[in-house]
Design a protein around this ligand. Structure first.
Ligand code: ATP
Ligand code: MN
Ligand code: MN
Length: 308
């Protein structure tokens, strides 16, 4: 906005009790969004976002010079991080223990924005039971040039398959190119089971319709197809958090929508910070879902579905 542009780049601002340095610095040149406005976005969506992103290990995508500068993922807390960003030790595959970050308050999100964070990425499990995922996500990654209608169709077919397995799901437009189909889970099984389910499900989709879907990362095989990226469901993997801004030109926000609303959308990066007031006035579609666990019943339903 003109008011923010008028403020000196060096000017500070206070958001959610957090001092934001260089609040007037433009971090999204095309959209004209400033660092202060990024902080305000996280203050505004904070409570809503934390119901999904709070109390989980996080990775931060930091772009201290804005999206035109260098950006980097950060998995572990660094020097000078505010107290509002908590740390929790997690044992990694190699047996080493590392401190991961988590937030529980809007001030934590804003504090990360003060450190140049634009995107928040979350684990599929929460801090109190790190070995029991409470969400599963299929990350729909289209090849360049595929129509959004084709991406919507992929999401809808994933939904149907999940329904057949007894698992309700919610779509989220990522603010980038694709859609994440999110399955809130009851925490009755561990990472191995959830990963097995995700891999098997994506593989069946690709075997049934090999002209449209692939379940492997290979770029060559993706040609004209949709990659159903199930690899977000491994211990330690992340997916972009609901209501996170994206470090992309459009300054879009990742937004969960209802299945009906998805039919009306023609792009994944159509929501920006200016749409948040409207989104917050509606219930979050993720909260409307009755979470189910992946147990024997779901696994045998998956087997039936794979034969059907
Ligand atoms: P799009 O809809 O444009 O694909 P996306 O968020 O799904 O947006 P992907 O590249 O498909 O982007 O990545 C999926 C998820 O994998 C990301 O949201 C992120 O959490 C994680 N991820 C991707 N690349 C990295 C990376 N270099 N380091 C850490 N995590 C990553
Ligand atoms: Mn993706
Ligand atoms: Mn992906």
């Amino acid at each position: 906005s003109a008011g923010t542009e008028a403020r000196a780049e060096g000017g500070d601002d206070t958001v959610e009790g957090v001092r934001i340095s260089s609040a007037g610095r433009v971090v999204y040149p095309d959209a004209g969004l400033t660092k202060g406005e990024v902080a305000q976005h996280y203050a505004r969506v904070g409570e809503r976002m934390l119901t999904h992103a709070g109390d989980r290990p996080l990775s931060l995508l930091r772009c201290p010079e804005g999206i035109a500068g260098e950006c980097f993922f950060q998995k572990h807390a660094g020097k000078g991080f505010p107290d509002a960003i908590g740390t929790l030790p997690i044992e990694e595959k190699d047996g080493e223990t590392e401190d991961y970050m988590y937030v529980t308050t809007p001030a934590g999100l804003v504090g990360a924005a003060q450190m140049g964070t634009l995107e928040f990425h979350i684990w599929g499990s929460r801090r109190d039971r790190i070995e029991r995922p409470d969400r599963l996500v299929f990350d729909i990654d289209p090849d360049e040039g595929l129509d959004f209608a084709e991406i919507r169709r992929a999401a809808s077919e994933i939904r149907q398959g999940l329904d057949a397995c007894g698992l309700p799901s919610v779509p989220m437009v990522t603010g980038g190119k694709g859609i994440h189909v999110i399955v809130p889970l009851r925490r009755i099984s561990g990472w191995d089971t959830v990963k097995f389910f995700a891999r098997t499900f994506a593989t069946i989709m690709a075997e049934r319709d090999p002209d449209r879907y692939v379940a492997t990362m290979s770029k060559a095989r993706r040609k004209g197809r949709v990659f159903i990226d199930w690899l977000r469901n491994e211990r330690g993997a992340t997916a972009v958090a609901p209501y996170s801004l994206r470090a992309r030109k459009s300054a879009a926000v990742a937004v969960p929508v209802t299945w009906d609303e998805l039919d009306t959308l023609d792009r994944a990066d159509g929501f920006g910070v200016a749409d948040m007031e409207d989104r917050l006035s509606r219930d979050c579609p993720l909260d409307a879902v009755d979470a189910k666990g992946i147990g024997d019943t779901v696994v045998s339903a998956l087997e039936d579905w794979s034969r059907g």
